[in-house]
Design a binder for this molecule. Structure first.
Ligand SMILES: Nc1ncnc2c1ncn2[C@@H]1O[C@H](COP(=O)(O)OP(=O)(O)OP(=O)(O)O)[C@@H](O)[C@H]1O
Length: 346
């Protein structure tokens, strides 16, 4: 557990970057610091590994004040990932990843084996080991950055806008990869971003900071979206806060119709193949034309996916499927309406 106990950082020119911050980042969880530019996210992060020292207050790592631990020892237990990876340009990928093991005096073979294992762990082809950073894409470099931070298996990982320099598609896959890794590794992660969507996707807890380095709210993403502490948080969460909340509402209890593949279905009928997978909708007016459909996995996918599936089809209905893609039923506009009304009630 990382604990900020009334931490203030005042830079020599008088700027108060962080103002009496009280915050806990629980062990094995991802805590995201989010907020507008200049609100003190990076400063807060860097005070954990003492790249910056706090002016007042204490930061505790499992109860021990970091101020009492000398920085090299402290940093051995803390991986650090930054934007654009910050790889050493003249070192091969394998040597970049093995940086900390080398510093710790591991023998060459062991460090190399560890680097190769990590390369695969972060989803990279081991064939990239002998390349130099400039021979990799931005997304690949970022993965190497994560592998390097994990090399000595530190319990804590600090990540400062690690995915903000890559395009949205690569970014999504890096986020998914991080969640997958975290499910295996259970690190204590503090993650800085200015992107609220990223914060909500990755955070077990999300701390929203306002300019002046004050904590506006800390909560799990669902609570943050349903119950913002004040106007600043509400505004920061943005206009589509309601839609984003649907991400956290289960489709488990959604009422489904199971008679939509028959002729008596009404204006729309769902066509399925021999395996029970959907092939499209047909309308009574144009029975020969297959219209598009959208699916969601009931119970696994959230309400947002069900709604998206409904919006993808002129039938206005969402097709519920099982994990194998076979139809289990249909959520009609009426049932989706009911579920939305319930969601709005909280
Ligand atoms: N070395 C410094 N000297 C003086 N002021 C500084 C210094 N470093 C940062 N600041 C100021 O402290 C405040 C917080 O900066 P910080 O980099 O922590 O914010 P941030 O939330 O990470 O911002 P961004 O999202 O733009 O990276 C800002 O007003 C910044 O200008």
């Amino acid at each position: 557990m990382i604990t900020f106990d009334a931490v203030t950082k005042r830079y020599p020119d008088g700027t108060v970057a962080v103002d009496r911050l009280d915050l806990e980042a629980p062990t094995g969880e991802i805590t995201v610091l989010v907020g507008p530019s200049g609100c003190g996210k990076t400063t807060s992060l860097r005070m954990i590994n003492r790249m910056i020292d706090a002016t007042e207050g204490r930061i505790l790592l499992d109860g021990a004040p970091v101020q009492d631990i000398d920085p090299p020892t402290l940093r051995r237990g803390i991986g650090y990932v930054i934007q654009q990876a910050g790889l050493f340009p003249h070192r091969k990928i394998v040597d970049n990843i093995a940086t900390v093991p080398h510093l710790l005096g591991w023998d060459k073979k062991k460090a190399r084996a560890r680097a190769m294992e990590l390369l695969e762990r972060v989803g990279l082809d081991p064939g990239l080991a002998g390349r130099y950073p400039f021979q990799l894409s931005g997304g690949q470099q970022q993965r190497v950055g994560v592998a390097r931070a994990l090399a000595a298996d530190p319990p804590v990982l600090l990540m400062d806008e690690p995915f903000s320099a890559v395009d949205p598609i690569v970014r999504t896959s890096l986020q998914d990869e991080l969640l997958r890794l975290q499910a295996e590794l259970n690190k204590t992660i503090v993650f800085v971003t200015h992107d609220i969507d990223e914060a909500i996707k990755l955070g077990d807890r999300v701390a929203v900071l306002r300019v002046g380095g004050k904590l506006a709210q800390v909560a799990d993403p669902k609570t943050l979206l349903s119950d913002p502490a004040d106007d600043f948080v509400r505004e920061f969460l943005g206009r589509d806060r309601g839609i984003r909340r649907l991400q956290f509402i289960s489709t488990e209890g959604l009422r489904l119709r199971t008679d939509m593949t028959g002729d008596a279905a009404g204006p729309w009928r769902l066509v399925v193949d021999a395996d029970g997978r959907p092939t499209g909708w047909v309308s009574r007016e144009r029975p020969d034309e297959l219209e598009p459909y959208g699916t969601f996995v009931r119970g696994r996918d959230p309400m947002r996916s069900a709604l998206d599936a409904a919006l993808l089809s002129p039938s206005g209905c969402a097709v519920a499927v099982d994990e194998d893609g076979k139809v289990v039923g249909v959520a009609t506009r009426e049932t989706l309406d009911e579920a939305l009304a319930e969601a709005a009630d909280g």
